[in-house]
Design a protein around this ligand. Structure first.
Ligand SMILES: C[S@@+](CC[C@H](N)C(=O)[O-])C[C@H]1O[C@@H](n2cnc3c(N)ncnc32)[C@H](O)[C@@H]1O
Length: 468
């Protein structure tokens, strides 16, 4: 008789696979159990916390036999912090599971079975690789397990990363190993200043308070830093001493800005930006190109891996120098600029005004004269352009393309499409529509986000032959 599984029940489980989101998978009498913080070949005692008709969710109570794929995570927040969830998994296995996730998404969501998915290209750095970090401020600090029940712990302020899946639980992160070391010193100086100031941290439930985010950007090529202090209102008197202090102490900081946001959403982008010290942007290089990046513009967060990503994109475009290329969701123009030397013309399209300003500036910096940019929501602007591109690059945000945009891309009839995505699920959904007119030739996963379950992929599509 099949075993009855109920919420609250404890079970010994053998973990046999891994699901997207990083949860381990076990089977109990045909029922799939997703086990948080477990990896393949672990044997665990787990407690069922949710029971649905077709699956259950469990958390690990005890590790009976650890998987050979487990390692000791170097970060003290591992297992608690949402910044990265896979530090305890050896890197080779991370790469393998990420590729498998791409394969599974194509198969189950896109119904694309027999496409070649290459092995994941590893990130050149697995720690200190992020060039941008966003730390949230809160008036209620989330305690570490060893701090629970202790006296004298200040719970009133935190500046750090979120506990997974929550908008209001913020750890007081002293160091994040995903950013270069100096970022942690800047983080701690900013924290001390904010905490001891007479302005309060923003309450993530009350939506009152002043300090909202600290955003740090780093340029590897020039070893320069940008500090973006995001607040709920303008208060130069409070902010200027912090900017001066940081600029004095760290010669590597070249830009300090203040973004002001009145929005409740936890997004570190302001409606207004006030320069506080130094410049309002930093410069970075990818390959032989140089880019100027301002606080609110999109730029790939792993600079060294971005070089590999752009090489894969260039390879898939197979340009001869004669093509017209449309680069959808072009951000600060990094892909457009890296392809410009191999194409007749590149037209970048992007919603963010600051990104377009940066993209145009970046063309001038790189002496690229055959790129132009169209600012606006692609849903509207794509139907207005009359160009017949040979190649379309599509690099949408996590949510993928709007279905009207997918239809419009099909109408444009480009010979080749290169689809770049940080979300295999929405990529598979969009490819499922594009495959009506295009063959998906192959897919290259590129790891831009070590120790997280996220994966970037590049898919090569070629228009099907229309038989007369
Ligand atoms: C994943 S990023 C791509 C960046 C760029 N291709 C690069 O490699 O640096 C997605 C970009 O899409 C832009 N975006 C999001 N929604 C958009 C829309 N509806 N219309 C145009 N651009 C949009 C975002 O501002 C962001 O710059």
């Amino acid at each position: 008789m099949p075993m009855k599984i109920r919420k609250g029940q404890r079970l010994e489980l053998n973990i046999s696979g891994i699901a997207f989101g990083g949860k381990g998978l076990a089977k109990v009498d045909g029922l799939t159990v997703f086990v948080d913080k477990a990896v393949p070949l672990d044997t665990v005692t787990a407690r069922i916390i949710k029971r649905k008709k077709r699956y259950a969710i469990a958390t690990v109570d005890a590790l009976i036999e650890p998987s050979p794929f487990r390692i000791h995570p170097p970060c003290k927040y591992s297992g608690l912090c949402g910044g990265c969830k896979w530090q305890f998994l050896i890197y080779e296995k991370q790469l393998e599971y990420k590729r498998q996730h791409v394969v599974d998404s194509l198969k189950h969501i896109g119904l694309i079975q027999d496409v070649l998915v290459h092995p994941t290209i590893p990130s050149p750095l697995t720690f200190g690789y992020r060039n941008k970090m966003e730390f949230s401020c809160t008036d209620r600090r989330w305690l570490l397990p060893e701090e629970m029940g202790k006296d004298g712990i200040d719970r009133g302020f935190a500046l750090g990363l979120h506990v997974p899946g929550t908008f209001y639980k913020v750890l007081d992160t002293e160091a994040c190993l995903l950013q270069p070391e100096l970022g942690n010193h800047i983080l701690n100086d900013a924290r001390n200043y904010m905490k001891n100031s007479d302005r309060p941290a923003y309450g993530l439930r009350s939506h009152t308070g002043f300090w909202r985010f600290l955003m740090l950007r780093h340029s590897i090529a020039f070893d320069q830093w940008m500090v973006n202090i995001v607040t709920a209102s303008e208060d130069r008197k409070t902010l200027q001493p912090l900017a001066d202090l940081l600029l004095d102490k760290y010669p590597q900081i070249v830009a300090i800005v203040n973004n002001i946001t009145s929005r409740k959403a936890g997004i570190a982008v302001g409606e207004v930006e006030i320069p506080l010290a130094g410049f309002s942007s930093i410069r970075e290089t990818i390959g032989r190109y140089e880019f100027e990046i301002s606080a609110n513009s999109f730029f790939q967060t792993n600079t060294l891996a971005a070089k590999q990503l752009y090489e894969a994109i260039q390879d898939y475009t197979a340009l001869s120098g004669k093509e017209t290329v449309v680069d959808l969701y072009c951000g600060t123009g990094a892909i457009a600029i890296s392809l410009a030397g191999f194409a007749k013309e590149v037209i970048g399209m992007e919603i963010s005004e600051s990104a377009i300003i940066d993209a145009e500036k970046n063309c001038r910096i790189n002496k690229v004269f055959n790129c132009r940019f169209v600012q606006g929501d692609i849903k509207e602007s794509l139907s207005k352009i009359t160009i017949k591109p040979d190649v379309i690059i599509i690099d949408p945000p996590r949510a993928g393309m709007h279905k009207d945009v997918v239809r419009r891309v099909l109408d444009m009839g480009a010979k080749n499409i290169v689809y770049v995505s940080c979300n295999p699920a929405t990529m598979a959904r969009d490819l499922a529509v594009l495959k009506a007119s295009y063959d998906v030739l192959d897919v290259q996963p590129v790891d831009m986000f070590p120790h997280t379950y996220h994966i970037e992929s590049v898919a090569r599509l070629r228009r099907k032959r229309i038989l007369a």
